[in-house]
Write a protein that binds this ligand. Structure first.
Ligand SMILES: C[S@@+](CC[C@H](N)C(=O)[O-])C[C@H]1O[C@@H](n2cnc3c(N)ncnc32)[C@H](O)[C@@H]1O
Length: 301
């Protein structure tokens, strides 16, 4: 069964999720995903029964609103999406602009779901005032309401009653995690969000991030970090510092079909770092840790 993905989010870890899952301990109490986005790892982990409870968090409040609605009011969310989606037929471009303007006033989660589904490359973009400013993809109308409803219902069935959604900084989840929990961190990449490029509503404060990981190490917290990778010869950002004593695996993600079409041969490589406490738990579980991994499925584009 393939994992449902109600929020089509650029940067989703859906293809990497099977590899990330292999690095979760067998006895995880709560899985925290504090940079949740579309929550590919949480959804895959819930499907595979890899944790007993889940906490998803993000600082983008309307995105957390989508998660909260999937957990508690999934039928209403699907109804609202359907109404917004169906109203676009007369003039899809004008409708997108009207929904975007309304979202920028109201911050309505259902409107964000429609904007993400309809915008270029499913990539949210925000200006310096925090307003959504991505354009529509004029070739597509966004996922159909019936399909969206199936996905939202599937996530509700998987997670309702054992997950909570929090609008919070990642640091809160790192500090809340106990030794029998595990935290999966997928921050905005430095290579694409250092400075303000609007790719996410908020960039990463790298020195604070490193200090927070060091504090989590001192408390014996098990965590995994997806961090800046490289594509071909181009590297996007530094390695996490040696002082954190993390285990690093390079995940070879493969060539995108776009790169193949353009005749490029460069391959994307993503880094996955494991905390010392997690490495000890995995070794106790008999999990073999590798320095290189390879994603088997083709990219979805
Ligand atoms: C790379 S995306 C995560 C993608 C996710 N792994 C998925 O599968 O879709 C990073 C997310 O972190 C959020 N974010 C940025 N800064 C944050 C912070 N300080 N604390 C929590 N979330 C943050 C962004 O809104 C964005 O949704």
């Amino acid at each position: 069964m393939t994992a449902p993905q109600p929020i089509p989010y650029q940067g989703s870890k859906r293809r990497l999720a099977p590899i990330i899952l292999r690095h979760l301990p067998g006895d995880a109490a709560t899985l925290y995903e504090p940079f949740v986005g579309s929550g590919a790892v949480t959804i895959a982990a819930a499907m595979a029964g890899r944790a007993r409870a889940f906490v998803v968090g993000d600082t983008l409040a309307p995105l957390v609103g989508i998660w909260d609605a999937m957990l508690h009011r999934s039928a209403l969310l699907a109804d609202r999406y359907e109404a917004i989606w169906e109203a676009q037929h007369v003039d899809p471009r004008a409708h997108f602009d009207a929904v975007r303007a309304s979202f920028n006033r109201e911050r309505d989660p259902a409107q964000l779901l429609y904007l993400v589904a309809r915008c270029v490359k499913n990539a949210v973009r925000f200006n310096a005032d925090g307003d959504f400013n991505q354009s529509p993809d004029n070739r597509r109308l966004g996922v159909k309401p019936a399909a969206l409803r199936r996905r939202v219902d599937a996530v509700h069935a998987l997670l309702a009653g054992r997950a909570r959604a929090v609008c919070a900084d990642y640091g809160d989840s790192l500090r809340a995690a106990a030794r029998d929990d595990v935290v999966y961190l997928d921050p905005p990449y430095l290579g694409v969000s250092g400075g303000r490029d609007g790719r996410y509503h908020q960039g990463l404060d790298y020195p604070r991030f490193v200090a927070d990981l060091a504090a989590a190490n001192a408390r014996g917290v098990s965590y995994l970090v997806s961090f800046d990778g490289r594509s071909g010869a181009k590297t996007y950002g530094p390695d996490l510092p040696e002082s954190l004593a993390l285990h690093k695996s390079e995940i070879h993600v493969g060539r995108s079909s776009q790169a193949t079409l353009n005749g490029r041969t460069d391959e994307t490589v993503e880094s996955l770092y494991l905390s010392p406490a997690l490495v000890a738990r995995l070794r106790a579980d008999g999990v073999a840790l590798r320095d290189r991994e390879r994603v088997r499925s083709r990219p979805l584009e």
